[in-house]
Design a protein around this ligand. Structure first.
Ligand code: KIV
Ligand code: ZN
Length: 391
């Protein structure tokens, strides 16, 4: 693995599926897993096998069909969880058990009614037990975002000594600022003995809208895996959006960080997940929203028609969107109208355009968006229609 390569760990089918009302059946999960494998993700977290017979069945079915990615199952630091996850992963070409425990004082005190040393012991036992089934064991320190760095370093050191190959540092509650999360990763890189034997992983939640920024700060500071979901779906405000972190790294090559993702599949992947789960992405969602490559104000449209790069930093084709959209509204100018009229078969002279544009504005003031049928109607009812069609 080159040092610039950032592994993409997709948890759409586990953390993503925790969205209320979005439960998928095994067949739907298998279809998504196949596409994730083609997309080029490095790890697919397929589920939490002990949580229900249905989840077990899905993890098993996904393990059988995935060709390239590592298939991962989540567990708590509980022996039975780990044993069941190992069973569900039996058929995986590359299997990973993802085990862990809460490490913040809040989790230790309220969830476990325990103490810091006892939590380390449980973490170590879980990693060692998982290691008796698979070589690849990822350890998560739940609520690491609110765990004090000294103690977190002790937990990580113990997990590596017990055999963990990946250390997941979740900002479970989406609390950290990017600078804080980046400093946490840096601190672990510099203070955990044996850190070179493991990959640090960013797992960020979006409660303050910072999941993408935090994950990027994490990899800038030495993490080499990002845990994310398609469309950023997940508990509460969701997880880091896969399409966002992948495109941030692609659009900023000077960071010298890359992924194995085939970005031209991103839009299709987003549609598949939102259709399967029945959650529609907001139109202004970065990269995959309906308006991500749509231009509606006259000034922007004029710029984009002259040269796409004036108002677009990503070529839509790079993410699987066929082309930028010029949306006609009452804020649009003549350039946009001429452009769209040409698409539906009318080549307008400057004088004809002036005439048609006046008619267009009175239509557009009554309607939110002008579609291709409206353009025909606008042209047919303009004073210069006969002149246009006889040209
Ligand atoms: O957010 C979180 O802490 C998690 C862990 C279970 C990995 O999803
Ligand atoms: Zn999570």
């Amino acid at each position: 693995m080159s040092d610039s390569n950032v592994k993409i760990f997709d948890t759409t089918l586990r953390d993503g599926e925790q969205v209320p009302g979005c439960k998928l059946n095994t067949d739907q999960k298998v279809i998504i897993a196949k596409q994730l494998d083609l997309l080029g993700v490095d790890v697919i977290e397929a589920g939490f096998p002990v949580s229900s017979p249905g989840d077990f069945k899905s993890v098993e079915a996904i393990s059988k069909i995935v060709k390239h990615a590592t298939v991962c199952g989540l567990t708590r630091s509980v022996e039975n969880d780990i044993k069941v996850a190992a069973q569900a992963l039996t058929y995986a070409k590359n299997a990973r058990i993802h085990t862990g425990i809460g490490t913040s004082d809040s989790h230790i005190k309220h969830k476990f009614k325990s103490n810091r040393d006892a939590i380390i012991e449980r973490a170590v036992s879980a990693v060692k037990y998982a290691k008796s089934f698979v070589e690849d064991v990822e350890f998560y320190a739940e609520d690491a975002g609110r765990t004090d760095n000294d103690y977190l370093a002790r937990v990580c050191e113990a997990a590596i000594k017990a055999g963990a190959t990946v250390l997941n540092i979740p900002d479970t509650t989406g609390y950290c600022l990017p600078s804080e999360y980046g400093a946490k990763i840096k601190y672990l890189k510099e203070n955990v003995k044996g850190i070179d034997k493991a990959i640090l992983s960013c797992h960020c939640h979006n409660d303050l809208g910072l999941a993408t920024a935090n994950s990027i700060e994490g990899v800038i500071n030495g993490a080499r895996q990002i845990e994310c979901t398609i469309n950023g779906i997940g508990e509460r405000a969701g997880n880091t959006a896969l399409e966002e972190v992948v495109m941030v790294l692609k659009q900023h090559p000077y960071l010298n960080l890359d992924t194995n993702i085939n970005t031209s599949m991103l839009y299709g992947m987003s549609q598949l997940v939102s259709d399967s789960m029945g959650i529609y992405t907001q139109p202004n969602k970065a990269i995959v929203g309906a308006n991500a490559f749509a231009h509606s104000s006259g000034i922007h449209q004029d710029g984009v028609i002259k040269n796409r790069e004036t108002y677009e930093i990503i070529d839509p084709k790079d993410v699987g969107v066929t082309e930028s959209a010029i949306v006609l509204t009452a804020r649009s100018g003549r350039a946009a109208l001429a452009y769209r009229a040409k698409h539906v078969g009318y080549e307008l002279t400057k004088i004809q355009l002036d005439e048609v544009y006046a008619n267009f504005l009175s239509f557009a003031d009554k309607k939110k968006e002008i579609n291709d049928n409206d353009i025909h109607q606008i042209i047919e009812t303009s004073n210069v229609y006969q002149q246009i069609i006889s040209a």
